[in-house]
Design a binder for this molecule. Sequence first.
Ligand code: PLP
Length: 410
Amino acid sequence: MTEVKTFDVQKLRADFPILAREVHGKPLVYLDNGASAQKPRCVIDSIRNTYEREYANVHRAAHELSAICTDKFEQARRSVQRFLNAPEDREVIFVRGTTEAINLVAQAWGRSSLKAGDEIVITAMEHHSNIVPWQMLCEQTGAKLRVAPMDQTGTLIFDEYLKLLNPRTRLVSVVHVSNALGTINPVKRMAAAAHQHGALVLVDGAQAAPHMRIDVQDLGVDFYAFSGHKAFGPSGIGALWGRAEVLEAMPPWHGGGEMIESVSFAKTTYAKIPHKFEAGTPSIADTIAMGVALEYLMEIGFDAMQAYEHELLEYATAQLSAIEGLRIIGTSADKAGVISFVLEGIHAADAGMILDEQGIAVRVGQHCAEPVMDFFKVPATIRASFAFYNTRAEVDALVKGIHKVKELFA
Ligand code: PLP
């Protein structure tokens, strides 16, 4: 708790120029961090610097600008390595984001490894990005998708998960933090159990990596995926970490430049990891800027940040729970800074519109988690998702905004 006191939110807010703007004449209250987070000045400056002073293609030319960009690009890989506490930087593959990372594993690993009757286990609280790629793979290979259930609080039923594991289980792919519910899954315990059956474990870290210390070695997983844009970096860039021996055994996914060792019309041989999985010119400035964002997060420190966000979550949960007719969807004991809720008799879209008029940005809808909505029998929720730059005053503004919604629609 002492760390929370030293966490200077106002100083950190000043790093984010957009937080000072108004929306519809009201101070912006940005509570849509789960969809995408805002960018600190160091990230914005990095992109500007690349294009103004250093831009060239990477890994190719023998000239100064290309050397600078290549150096910084590879530095970003080492930032991801440190960010995830990965053993080696060659285990970090740059991709467009979590969605692409999961599709890469499904297609490169899955198509070459699975056969009819094999099983993939996910949970009932996955984002569509961790459902659809596996369904596509199952159609292609004849493998079967199995879903570990959750209870009415949105907590994984661990015993039921264990019952799904068997020698046919080849992969467990699980969300670390649910974007629709905020639930933090016990990934380390899940991975240990999956490994006893010889299955690999992929973690969708889209909502976890920006908010908590990730240590892939401690978690004991095989793949970890996250998106730059949710981690205060640019959009269109993210990373897939995979254990070297697993990545090395996988065939490439996309073919093209950069991913080859030599090409002839008779035969092509592939580059070593990570380049084997990085065909084509990457998003250079964005990759470099994502590295800057991750360094910025590590500099703030995850212990202080996590404690602060947890305290904010508890405050917001208490304030919102006190509103009559408001029901929180997702009340697991172990939660990150996401609060999904419904208002009795009021459409989520109407609530979102009225909140927007007050400068309050929340997400309304199914949050790319339609099965979660079906489970809780709600068509949509209103979701406030927090970042370390949010404040109690912003929670108070949300509460005031909800009262206004109720006045207008109840
Ligand atoms: N997984 C989770 C849990 C998410 O919240 C999201 C995005 O909302 C994704 C995956 C997909 O991330 P992206 O759209 O950056 O690929």
